[in-house]
Design a protein around this ligand. Structure first.
Ligand SMILES: O=C(O)CCC(=O)C(=O)O
Length: 287
């Protein structure tokens, strides 16, 4: 499927997202692409590359900005089975804020760990700086992550957990003393080719990986074009001639006319806006 033949978003998925702060999109990547992406991800992780590297405790590893590191990841930027839902939930005035590869090693049950323990349970909302600057109750939906899992999402694989409905609760999620998850926490029932969508206000945490295999995920975060990207800028990507206008928009093309002069605010969202108008009779939010 290409962007030209994409289908309008599924109303039930949109309703589920509004209600729960997360939703699952089924069969949005192919097994072949997933296998190839997993191999590329492992090559990157086994390299000594430091640019964009994001290592943390307990053997967690990864990279920010993977779409600039290997073309294998580029098709995710405009995934036609995901983009319609993102535009419906946010608007056409979107860009990619981050493409984050996350490697989470398996920890044997009872093995020593320093995260996902009661003192450091890991549950959080994204974009915490927005809440610090504006106050929690003032923060709206600003961005959505589409999480793809390149390793098998078995129940013990440490898939991202979410607290349903927590996007509209203004208080913090409460984890009972001695526990590592809030009582409402769930592990989404994902298939290998599915994507988990969740927004910045949805409380979530990486699950516990006790599967005996590393967990590999790619989190593609999309937000409004007036929000700063999280990943390093990649101007060389925008210089390529093989990208579509929609890819350029999502990869950070600013509001400019073809001759480089400054265009009106949000002019740079025209590619997605025009595509959306052909796809769907419901206007995107920012017209
Ligand atoms: O690794 C995960 O499953 C969770 C990642 C996460 O918390 C995040 O991207 O904010």
């Amino acid at each position: 499927m290409t962007l030209e033949t994409a289908s309008p978003p599924d109303r039930d998925v949109l309703d589920a997202f509004e209600r729960n702060g997360f939703a699952i999109l089924r069969e949005v990547i192919t097994p072949e692409w997933r296998e190839q992406a997993a191999a590329v991800a492992m090559r990157l992780l086994e390299s000594d590359r430091t640019a964009g590297r994001d290592r943390s405790v307990d053997g967690k590893d990864g990279f920010r900005g993977v779409v600039t590191m290997d073309d294998t990841f580029l098709p995710l930027v405009t995934n036609p089975k995901v983009l319609p839902t993102l535009v419906a939930l946010l608007s056409a005035n979107l860009h990619l804020m981050s493409s984050n590869l996350i490697y989470m090693p398996s920890i044997p049950p009872g093995g020593t760990r320093t995260i996902r323990v009661p003192e450091r349970h890991g549950w959080h909302r994204d974009m915490g700086a927005a809440a610090r600057d504006l106050g929690t109750t003032a923060v709206p939906r600003l961005a959505i992550k589409a999480a793809y899992f390149l390793s098998d999402p078995t129940p013990d694989a440490g898939i991202t957990m979410v607290a349903p409905g927590s996007h509209t609760n203004t208080g913090p999620v409460t984890v009972p003393p001695g526990a590592i998850d809030p009582p409402s926490a769930i592990t989404p029932d994902l298939g290998p080719c599915d994507a988990l969508l969740f927004e910045n206000r949805t409380w979530h945490a990486g699950g516990l990986n006790t599967s005996g295999r590393p967990r590999l995920a790619v989190m593609m975060q999309y937000g409004y074009r007036w929000l700063a990207p999280v990943d390093d800028p990649a101007p060389e990507l925008l210089e390529r001639e093989d990208l579509t206008e929609i890819e350029r928009q999502l990869l950070g093309q600013p509001d400019r006319n073809p001759d480089g002069s400054v265009a009106h605010e949000s002019a740079g969202a025209e590619p997605l806006r025009t595509w959306w108008q052909h796809l769907n009779s419901t206007p995107a939010r920012s017209q």
